[in-house]
Design a protein around this ligand. Structure first.
Ligand code: PGA
Length: 231
């Protein structure tokens, strides 16, 4: 299983140093991908954990103040990068077009994009899940070659589940994964949204899940260890 740790905008330098020591003690056969805040990327090459970023610029380089390019991430040995997280779609108004550019830049620099998709509660209640997810995937892959498409990791994160403690039923997850597989049949698909050491016993019954994208739990190495033991 793949387990990606999305630290979001948490952990200052000192807290991160303590956190890293705890992560190094984790013993697991699962593939861990640590996605720290950008300031903590340097010095995050840990033996047992792959390195990921939480965001990348739409541009390849040049005069774009405050942006960090895919080639810069690559020079810090970043192997994975989250794109299209709902927090960025909502707070930074990122569009599917922006996310397509970011995805292409990552692939051009040999970084695996972790493409987040997911619907709001309102969209689910109005039977728009299929439409929303199809749009989120199709616009991003429209500029990619077949081999590039196959490199993507998809993370299904229902927005109503992120940070709320509410998770979809396994049947709901299976329906969505089936839909994603009709477009990207060979790609790994992660589940994200309030996954934790308690509900993993239910989630793991859902055999289609290839791994998890963890937000809150990523910050609690002791509980993360309990989670990993159950996979
Ligand atoms: P959560 O966040 O696990 O805290 O719900 C997941 C995510 O936003 O990636």
């Amino acid at each position: 299983m793949i387990v990606a740790l999305n630290n979001k905008s948490n952990l200052d330098k000192e807290e991160f140093d303590q956190y890293k020591k705890k992560l190094l003690k984790l013993s697991t056969t699962n593939q861990l991908i640590l996605c720290p805040t950008l300031l903590n990327i340097s010095g995050s090459n840990l033996d047992n954990i792959s390195l990921g970023a939480q965001n990348v610029s739409c541009y390849s380089s040049g005069a774009h103040t405050g942006e960090v390019s895919a080639s810069q991430l690559k020079s810090f040995n970043v192997e994975y990068c989250i794109v299209g997280h709902s927090e960025r779609r909502q707070e930074q108004h990122e569009t599917n077009k922006d996310i397509a550019l970011k995805t292409k830049n990552l692939l051009d620099n040999d970084i695996v994009p972790i493409l987040c998709i997911g619907e709001t509660l309102e969209e689910r209640q109005n039977n728009k899940v299929e439409k929303v997810l199809q749009e989120e995937i199709k616009e991003v892959i429209s500029t990619l070659t077949s081999p590039e498409k196959e490199k993507l990791i998809v993370a299904y994160e229902p927005i109503w589940s992120i940070g709320t403690g509410i998770i979809p039923s396994n049947q709901e997850i299976e329906e969505v994964f089936k839909l994603i597989k009709t477009i990207l049949p060979n790609n790994k698909i992660l589940y994200g949204g309030s996954a934790n050491e308690k509900n993993i016993s239910v989630l793991k019954e859902c055999k289609v899940i290839d791994g998890y994208l963890l937000g809150g739990l990523s910050l609690k190495p002791d509980l993360l260890s309990v989670f990993l033991e159950q996979l």
